[in-house]
Design a protein around this ligand. Structure first.
Ligand SMILES: [Ca+2]
Length: 358
């Protein structure tokens, strides 16, 4: 027993040593460390100018002073903002972490719970309910986690910080307008560290572009009212070109030698769409894709319909391939990432299969 104990201690010591070594390795900067400017204006003076600007825009003194009564810069928000671009998950790990059996079954429960509402939203906004639900699931696990941070404090921190001050000052003033109009009160205006709010994680500018008052009570309550939240997501997709007659795309197989034979001729030349579209081929008809030997995963021909699609392989040339339709770009408008859009599409498919299985 003593020997086992000493071996365990030795192993533990080695593990600790190894982690110490790897930690110190990790501390070596692999990228050039960025330096950040600080705001030269004292925070108190900055708040005073913001208050004057808010008054000019019709925010009342009482709304402003309630929201700013205990305001402080929140260092955690700055820390999260600085850490952000390190996106190191592989495509497979990203999907496996988001399209999970637990999320699919919670999605089914939540759809069942709000079935009449989600069907009414689907009809009014012409967006299939499974896609509304998939965005809802990706953003907040179907309203399960809407973020617990004080939105005014987060936006104030990011607006005072010079890095993206102009954008966040605009978001902050719109957040104050949301309070002024009484859609939510200050104490309940919670969100992500970057100020994304409610069950669909809308920034204040998206709130004013897309949020809906589905139950007609005069408030666009995207935090606690499922009808308002789901209608807002559907309206977001609808206003970004959603076509109810189509799906998002599908995973496909490529014939051997596909890239060598077609790589050049399929290069995307269009500049339309967000950044993530740069990884796609050009958009051609499904019939042409079928002629090039692209098939469904089960080996069947592609659907014989007049639809254009672009091909993307988010994990690189050796990874899975997807043909994506126009609706895919509507999903990208929500979050411009191929990983995100494919996860939304696959979660929507899983919710459909699960519903059929019941
Ligand atoms: Ca409402």
């Amino acid at each position: 027993v003593k020997n086992i104990k000493s071996i365990t201690i030795l192993t533990l010591a080695l593990v600790l040593f190894a982690s110490f070594v790897s930690n110190s390795d990790a501390a070596e900067p692999t990228q050039k460390k960025r330096t950040y400017k600080e705001n030269p204006i004292p925070f108190k003076d900055w708040v005073a100018t913001l208050r004057a600007e808010a008054m000019e825009q019709g925010i009342s003194e009482s709304t402003f002073d309630t929201a700013f009564a205990t305001i402080v810069i929140h260092p955690r928000v700055i820390e999260l903002d600085r850490k952000q671009p390190e996106f190191t998950l592989t495509f497979e790990k990203y999907i496996a972490g988001r399209v999970t059996p637990g999320r699919i079954s919670r999605g089914q429960d939540r759809i069942r719970e709000h079935f009449d509402t989600i069907k009414a939203v689907e009809q009014k906004y012409s967006v299939q309910s499974r896609f509304i639900a998939a965005i809802w699931g990706m953003e907040t696990n179907f309203g399960g986690y809407i973020g617990g941070m004080d939105v005014i404090r987060s936006l104030t921190t990011l607006a005072y910080d010079p890095r993206r001050a102009t954008y966040f000052r605009k978001q902050l003033l719109l957040a104050l307008k949301i309070l002024e109009e009484g859609h939510i009160d200050y104490a309940n205006m919670k969100g992500s560290w970057a100020g994304a709010m409610g069950q669909g994680q809308f920034m204040p500018s998206s709130f004013y572009a897309f949020a809906q008052d589905f139950d007609g009570d005069g408030k666009r309550d995207i935090w606690k009212n499922e009808g308002d939240a789901l209608a807002s997501i559907a309206n977001y997709l609808g206003k970004n070109g959603w076509n109810q007659a189509q799906t998002w795309g599908r995973q496909v197989t490529l014939p051997a030698g596909f890239d060598a034979a077609n790589g050049e001729s399929l290069k995307r030349t269009s500049k339309r769409g967000c950044r993530a579209m740069r990884q796609h081929t050009k958009s051609i008809s499904l019939r042409k894709w079928n002629d090039l030997g692209i098939r469904r995963l089960n080996g069947d021909d592609l659907p014989d319909v007049a639809v254009n699609a672009s091909l993307v392989r988010p994990a690189g040339p050796a990874g899975p391939a997807f043909l994506t339709y126009g609706n895919y770009q509507a999903i990208l408008s929500y979050n411009c990432s191929n990983y995100y859009a494919i996860a939304v599409g696959q979660l929507a498919d899983e919710l459909l299969y699960a519903a059929k299985g019941n």
